[in-house]
Design a protein. Structure first.
Length: 299
C-alpha cells in the first residue's frame, strides 16, 4: 500500500529534475549565443583600429567616406550623425502623439477609445518595414518635394517614416503605465476638487513619467536600428546634412548597402563591422537607460 506514493514522489522528483535541466540548458544556450555575438562583432569592429588601417579618431569624427578612392577615407561621422538626427526627430514627432493616444485610451474614453485605437496600433506594429518605406516613397517624398525645397528625400522623410513606425511601441508602453496607476491617486485628486485635466497634468503624467520615458527610449532604440524603411527615403548620401530636406545616410543603411560588395577582411569590410559595433554599443546604452528608468518607476 505504501509503494504507490513512493513511486509518485520519485516521478515528481524526476519531472522536477528534467524541468530544471531543460531550463538551465536554454538559459546557458542563450548566454552563449549573446556572448558569441558580442565577441564576434566586437572582434571584427576593433580589428579596424588594431590593424592600423584606420585611426579611431578618423573613424568617429572624420567627415569623408571614400573607401574606393586613391586615398581611402573611412570617416563614419556623417552616418553616426544621420542616425542620431533621424532618431531624435522621429522621437520628437511620435512621443506627443503616442502619449495623447495612450491618455485617450486610458483616461478620456477608456471604453470605446481603446476598442477604436487598439486594433490600429496592432495593425501598425505588424506592417513590414518595406511597406513603410514604399508608403514613404509614394506619399511622404512627393509631399515634401511639392511643399519644401529639395527633392523630397532626406532627413525629414526618414524621420516621418520612423515616427509612424515607433508609434505602436511608445503608445503600448505608455498605455500600460497609465493603466497600472493606482486608482486611489486619481480619486484623491478628484476629492480635492481637481478637474480631469488638472489630475492628468499634475498627478498622472508626473507619476508615470519614468515609465512613459521607457517607452520613448524603446521607440528610439527601434528607430536607431531600422534599416530598410529609412534606406528607401533618406537618399543615402555620405555627407553631414545641413538641413532637414537634404539627403543623408545612417549606419544601418550604409551597412546593408555596402556589406555585400566588400571582401571579408578588407579595410572597408572592417570599417563596416566597426559601424555594427557602434550600433551594438548604442543598443547597450538604450538598454541601460531603460533599466535606469525602471528603477525610478516605483510608485
Amino acid at each position: 500500500m505504501r509503494v504507490e506514493p513512493k513511486k509518485k514522489i520519485e516521478k515528481h522528483h524526476l519531472e522536477d529534475f528534467v524541468g530544471r535541466a531543460y531550463m538551465s540548458f536554454c538559459v546557458l544556450l542563450l548566454i552563449v549565443i549573446i556572448v558569441s555575438m558580442v565577441y564576434f562583432v566586437a572582434s571584427k569592429g576593433i580589428s579596424t583600429f588594431t590593424s592600423g588601417d584606420v585611426k579611431i579618431t578618423e573613424f568617429l569624427f572624420g567627415t569623408k567616406w571614400s573607401p574606393e578612392g586613391d586615398t581611402p577615407s573611412y570617416g563614419a561621422f556623417p552616418f553616426i550623425a544621420g542616425s542620431f538626427l533621424v532618431t531624435l526627430i522621429a522621437a520628437l514627432i511620435a512621443s506627443p502623439l503616442s502619449i495623447c493616444a495612450a491618455l485617450f485610451m486610458t483616461e478620456i474614453v477608456p471604453g470605446w477609445g481603446k476598442k477604436l485605437l487598439q486594433p490600429v496600433i496592432e495593425l501598425l506594429s505588424g506592417i513590414p518595414s518595406v511597406v513603410y518605406g514604399f508608403v514613404g516613397l509614394s506619399v511622404i517624398v512627393p509631399f515634401l518635394r511639392n511643399t519644401f525645397p529639395g527633392q523630397g528625400i532626406g532627413v525629414a522623410a526618414g524621420a516621418l517614416v520612423l515616427s509612424v513606425m515607433i508609434l505602436p511601441t511608445i503608445t503600448s508602453v505608455a498605455a500600460d503605465a497609465l493603466a497600472s496607476l493606482p486608482q486611489n491617486l486619481k480619486e484623491s485628486s478628484f476629492a480635492l476638487g481637481a478637474t480631469r485635466w488638472q489630475t492628468i497634468a499634475r498627478v498622472i503624467l508626473p507619476t508615470t513619467f519614468p515609465a512613459i520615458m521607457t517607452g520613448v527610449v524603446l521607440g528610439m532604440a527601434r528607430a536607431f536600428g531600422e534599416a530598410l524603411a529609412v534606406q528607401m527615403v533618406i537618399g543615402n548620401a555620405p555627407f553631414v546634412p545641413k538641413s532637414l530636406f537634404e539627403s543623408a545616410s545612417t549606419l544601418t543603411s550604409v551597412i546593408t548597402l555596402s556589406m555585400g560588395n566588400t571582401t571579408m577582411g578588407s579595410p572597408q569590410n572592417n570599417a563596416l563591422w566597426s559601424m555594427a559595433l557602434v550600433l551594438m554599443l548604442m543598443t547597450f546604452v538604450f538598454v541601460l537607460l531603460v533599466r535606469m528608468l525602471e528603477r525610478r518607476n516605483k510608485i
